[in-house]
Write a new protein. Structure first.
Length: 766
């Protein structure tokens, strides 16, 4: 008889039907203890995960490629598929209409089994798509990590600009913004975003996509919050990377880290995410900055209060995402325990706040209510340390009468079983008699074969072993049936009650989100204060002028991880006679470090933080632009010089008089003649353009540019100090008034190890 074509089996037809519904997703289908993929999906899965690619029905001319992963390892394989850019659809086996893991995340399988072990002649296992995974729709902590947010973004183009919507499904955060471009509900007007017409279109796209990927389940989205234009300091990608705000550009072997890692002394996951958000989006308006700064200063000046607050925050879990999973009806018992325990600690934090100054703390602590009703609900509903839903070890006694009765009936039968062994030993006189259980035969009474002649008449032989006989009794069989029915009933009741508990708790998810935000803000301010106290940082003075004055400023990363003592430097810029600083000096003397430390000080100040300096006065900045270093962009076919010019063009087109520009070596990627001409023209434009005229540090090796101070009244020269003695050159890493006489390139070449003959010839040519 010819073998059936593997492509036409009922199981493969089921797989292909799922695949037709979600053609753009890798489909993983649960088959017993494995998630299997077939065909082209199998090839992609095997290649991405570096696992074996095999076939179904090996040897058949139409054999189907097959790749599978163990169900218990999904949590480790899934992130790798998502990181590779794949979207994943998960098809689960169903048990009486529910997925295998009805109350837990499919990413971490509990190992529950279907009643039907496989697809065969007796029928096809019922399956359904239970989860669609994509990088922007994750809520499982095992897939997200706690250090950063995970946004789904949509962009809508309209007349004169773009609308953007950002949603974090794990926390419910929902943001709208609009930007000028080159020349759910039926309406969002009730949320204060009436004017955001383009952003509303983007928001509709986000909601539609989430509704599709959540397969009809509830969405965790708070009311959309508009991002007002001008509320935040503008930082483009190049600036975030150049200043190493959240990632380091240093070699992996280096001990240097990012600014985020340096200042991150937070104690909660939501605080860690918020600190990252504050650093990449500092404030641009005076009042909210001063509120944050005042709270930070309060803690910097009070070490005992700072330590007390950090102690009260220590050990708090990720309340924000736990509440998010409640809203999605995906919360596990451990999430509810986290919420319960957090609510139990809130009163002590509220008491701490009462002892602080009003104003900044009132704003930062807004939302720090007790939520006593939610806390009481969880205390009454949950046992102290719940297990898995359906095990009978989650719902607390006294919360539901039916559950209590079912639990008592089950416990009574189990107590009878536990006492049976001693009872039967006494009745039979067989001291070695045992009562046992296995999954195949159920409960049994085991007697050594040598004692078999002493068993009572009501014992019915169940199984014969080499050295023993196993029996049952009518009463034992009856109690076993009570236990089996009782466990099934208890599991069903507990699952129902747990779902009801999630629905009741959902009434407080908005308040829990507010509480989480308050805890995060307190955590971040305490972290900034601790960083400032440890580093001896100063409180900056902020105003609405166009001045920037730094006294003995340091680069916090270089100071922390440098090889020797850091040399601090001053910086003074203004919208008046010191608008354009022309900074000259040799390589290795510290120009790039100087540019970066000025930028970091501004960003930290507008975050609400103290800064690494002896003193600082800052007229608020609306944007920080950097052009420091460049490399080829091979993927886009751009040369180093083209990358440099593109970045410079963006700065000249986007900066305003309130911006801070940090430019290094403009024009260096081409010939000297062209480079000088471009750098000269850029510097003139920065000075003369009324639409620009931004505070600028312009570092250059082109000494011709130092003559600009003769024709540009707001330009001035600064140099990296150098000491020359006996033919030796020493870089002092100090910034001074005046123009450098040389770039000392030959000296740097000697330090780099060029052969002595090359160095002698270079000096002769020079």
């Amino acid at each position: 008889m010819a073998r059936q074509n593997p492509k036409q089996t009922p199981m493969m037809r089921q797989y292909l039907a799922f695949k037709e519904r979600y053609p753009d997703h890798l489909l993983l289908m649960r088959m017993g203890d494995f998630y299997e993929s077939f065909g082209e999906d199998a090839r992609r899965v095997a290649e991405t995960l570096d696992i074996a690619l095999t076939t179904r029905d090996r040897g058949h001319p139409d054999a189907v490629p097959l790749a599978g992963i163990p169900h218990h390892a999904l949590g480790s394989y899934l992130p790798r598929l998502l990181a590779a850019g794949h979207h994943v659809a998960l098809a689960e086996q169903l048990v009486e209409g529910d997925p295998l893991d009805a109350t837990s995340s499919p990413a971490i399988s509990s190992g529950a089994q279907t009643k039907k072990r496989g697809d065969g002649p007796t029928g096809l296992v019922e399956r359904e798509i239970v989860r669609l995974y994509s990088p922007g729709t994750l809520y499982e902590e095992e897939l997200l990590g706690g250090a950063r947010s995970s946004y789904l973004a949509a962009l809508a183009e309209g007349r004169g600009g773009y609308g953007v919507a950002l949603a974090d499904l794990s926390t419910g955060e929902f943001l709208l913004a609009e930007f000028a471009g080159p020349g759910g509900v039926t309406t969002l007007e009730g949320f204060g975003v009436e004017g955001y017409k383009m952003a509303q279109r983007a928001a509709a796209a986000v909601v539609a996509y989430l509704e599709e990927t959540q397969l009809g389940g509830p969405l965790n989205l708070r009311p959309p919050r508009p991002i007002e234009r001008g509320a935040f300091l503008r930082l483009d990608r190049a600036t975030v990377d150049t200043l190493e705000l959240v990632t380091s550009s240093a070699d992996r072997s280096s001990s240097r880290r990012s600014l985020l890692e340096l200042v991150d002394l937070t104690l909660t996951p939501m605080g860690r995410r918020l600190l990252r958000g504050w650093l990449v989006a500092p404030l641009a308006r005076l009042e909210p900055i001063l509120e944050r700064q005042a709270a930070t200063a309060d803690l910097v000046g009070d070490a005992d209060a700072r330590a007390d607050l950090r102690e009260r925050l220590s050990g708090l879990g990720d309340l924000e995402r736990a509440a998010g999973r409640v809203a999605l009806r995906k919360a596990a018992p451990r999430d509810l325990v986290l919420i319960r325990d957090t609510l139990g600690r809130v009163p002590t934090l509220a008491e701490w706040l009462k002892g602080r100054k009003e104003g900044a703390w009132t704003t930062l602590g807004q939302g720090l209510e007790e939520l006593s009703h939610a806390g009481e609900l969880l205390k009454r509903a949950l046992v102290e340390e719940p297990g898995q839903v359906g095990s009978g070890g989650v719902i607390a006694p006294g919360w539901d009468p039916d559950f209590d009765r079912a639990n008592e009936e089950l416990e009574e039968a189990e107590r009878w079983i536990r006492g049976l062994q001693e009872k039967e030993r006494g009745r039979t006189g067989i001291g070695s008699l045992k009562v046992g259980f296995n999954k195949v035969f159920g409960y049994f009474i085991e007697v050594q074969r040598s004692k078999a002649d002493r068993v009572p008449e009501d014992y019915l032989r169940k199984q014969t072993l080499v050295a023993a006989e196993r029996y049952i009794t009518p009463e034992l069989k009856e109690k076993e049936a009570v236990i089996v029915r009782g466990r099934e009933r208890l599991a069903g009741l507990e699952t129902h009650l747990y779902r009801r508990l999630l629905e009741e708790l959902d009434c407080w998810t908005a308040e829990l989100a507010e509480l989480s935000g308050a805890l995060a803000r307190l955590d971040v301010v305490a972290s900034l204060a601790e960083t400032a106290a440890r580093g001896g940082w100063c409180r900056p003075e902020l105003d609405l002028s166009r001045d920037l004055e730094l006294v003995e400023a340091r680069h916090p990363l270089v100071e922390r991880h440098g090889r020797g003592p850091f040399v601090p430097n001053d910086c003074r810029l203004s919208g008046g006679d010191r608008q354009l600083m022309l900074l000259t000096g040799p390589n290795m003397a510290g120009k790039s470090t100087y540019l970066r430390q000025v930028g970091l000080a501004v960003i930290l100040a507008q975050t609400g933080s103290f800064v690494p300096a002896r003193a600082m006065r800052l007229g608020l900045v609306d944007a920080v632009f950097t052009r420091v270093g460049a490399a080829d962009d091979i993927a886009r076919g751009l040369s180093t010089f083209m990358v440099e010019m593109t970045e410079t063009a963006r700065i000249l087109n986007c900066a305003t008089p309130r911006s801070l520009l940090l430019l290094d070596e403009v024009g260096r990627g081409t010939s000297t003649t062209d480079g000088v001409a471009i750098a000269w023209a850029v510097a003139e434009h920065l000075h003369d353009s009324r639409e620009l005229a931004a505070r600028t540090v312009f570092a250059t090796h082109y000494h011709e540019l130092t003559r600009l101070v003769e024709v540009l009244p707001r330009a001035f020269n600064m140099q990296m100090a150098v000491s020359e003695s006996g033919g030796e050159v020493r870089f002092l890493h100090r910034v001074e008034e005046g123009a450098a006489r040389s770039s000392y390139g030959v000296h740097v070449a000697r330090l780099a190890g060029l052969p002595k003959g090359v160095i002698r010839r270079a000096r002769a040519l020079l």
